[in-house]
Design a protein around this ligand. Structure first.
Ligand SMILES: [Zn+2]
Length: 423
């Protein structure tokens, strides 16, 4: 299936915004978060005197297919070719990955004859567990610096953007897959139809596809507006994901809800002609829940914007009060989502002195736009701040555990989302 018909091209030429999946004109705003720089670009000290490009974070919802989406302001090539996000720096995330491998192996009987391909395989954080279980793997990763790390640890990885073309080449080369994995990549795909078509092409006749992506229903419910940033072009309900997969000849036969990234879905699909896997009740159950929440009608998407604004007011109020009382406030973590939160709320170094991150790649650098400096986590021990704002709030339990020592000087944790909470 292709949506690149003549009509959308003309409409787009005239300045209208077009749905990435179905080609309809986008008229309805989901939320407008103002302007923000690219969130995974961490300037070094030498970069601080240069200008930075800001892009709008104006999110639309398509009134026909309900795909919530941002325009691709900067090309995926620019964003992802030298990407700073190394997946392997969170313990709980790695545990999640290892569990996934075990589940796939037992449920679908993967063995030494099986072949697993992961699209956007990052530094091999996931495929390494299949390698340890003697399953043959291939990673596809567009960021050369990240792919190099994967290759070094024994996860064969090609440096390419994934799409129908690469899938055809792999299939022609006899490398169709028993399992195709796309974890947290669907949101980052500019040409959604070409990408999903590629996933299908890569599947063997009885191959399984699993996709994990943040669940739009939870994003709305839990007010996770900071997970909206330029690197994420699309935000999916199951309703919309299903519609897209079906359009490309895929059948969703199961879905699981995960706690990762503030609430994600893992969708299982096969070729539509493969009758091996009966559709589980989980699919209809979740679709019904989304319909109840209003996600099958345009009106269901109203109200999010005002909820987001209230969060801003509460967070800024907290930080202003702390500043007036002379309390020291620092951050923990430098995740992509911190750029959206800080820019939308207008928070800079005057309210959050510095942040820390475990990734050596980010230490010594600065958060984009706000130029809040990023240090090694030991800095917190040295400066003994009154408040530590946990920016990757999805990992708050793990982080509070690691940073228990701030209690010794009466330090407290601040979690900004879904609403400002002090622990
Ligand atoms: Zn659409």
């Amino acid at each position: 299936m292709t949506t690149t018909t003549v009509l959308p091209d003309i409409v787009q030429h005239l300045g209208a915004k077009i749905c990435r999946f179905c080609g309809s004109i986008l008229r309805r705003t989901f939320v407008d978060l103002g302007m923000s720089p690219l969130c995974e670009t961490y300037p070094s000290a030498a970069d601080l005197n240069r200008g930075e490009v800001y892009y709008p974070l104006h999110v639309y919802v398509c009134e026909r297919c309900f795909l919530v989406q941002l325009e691709e302001y900067e090309s995926a090539e620019t964003i992802f070719s030298d990407y700073a996000y190394f997946s392997s720096y969170s313990d709980s995330w790695l545990k999640h990955c290892e569990n996934y491998c075990d589940q796939m192996q037992s449920r679908f009987g993967l063995n030494g004859q099986s072949f697993v391909v992961e699209v956007a395989s990052n530094d091999g954080y996931l495929l390494q567990y299949f390698v340890r279980r003697n399953v043959r793997v291939l990673g596809v990763e567009p960021a050369a610096n990240v792919a190099r790390v994967a290759n070094e640890k024994g996860v064969p990885t090609v440096v390419r953007f994934f799409g129908a073309q690469l899938a055809k080449e792999l299939a022609a080369d006899g490398r169709s897959a028993d399992l195709v994995i796309g974890n947290n990549v669907l949101a980052q795909v500019p040409d959604l139809n070409d990408f999903v078509e590629g996933l299908k092409i890569l599947l063997k006749a009885r191959g399984i596809l699993t996709l994990e992506f943040p669940h739009l229903l939870r994003l709305i419910e839990h007010n996770e507006f900071d997970t909206i940033y330029h690197e994420h072009f699309s935000y999916f309900s199951l309703l919309t994901a299903l519609r897209i997969l079906v359009a490309h000849g895929l059948k969703v036969f199961d879905v699981e809800e995960l706690l990762t990234h503030g609430g994600s879905l893992r969708v299982y699909a096969s070729r539509v002609e493969d009758l091996t896997h009966p559709v589980q009740p989980s699919v209809a159950r979740l679709i019904a829940e989304e319909e109840m929440a209003g996600l099958a009608a345009p009106e269901g998407y109203e109200g999010f914007a005002s909820q987001v604004k209230l969060t801003k007011l509460a967070l800024v109020e907290f930080l202003l009060t702390a500043a007036r009382q002379g309390r020291s406030v620092v951050g923990y973590g430098a995740p992509g989502k911190s750029a959206t939160l800080l820019h939308y709320c207008g928070i800079g170094r005057d309210l959050i002195e510095y942040t820390v991150d475990r990734s050596p790649f980010k230490q010594g650098r600065f958060l984009p736009g706000t130029h809040i400096p990023i240090f090694h986590p030991d800095r917190i021990l040295d400066t003994k701040p009154d408040y530590v704002v946990i920016l990757p709030w999805n990992l708050k339990d793990e982080i509070m555990q690691q940073l228990q020592f701030i209690r010794e000087w009466g330090g407290k944790f601040v979690v900004p989302i879904p609403k400002v909470t002090v622990y």
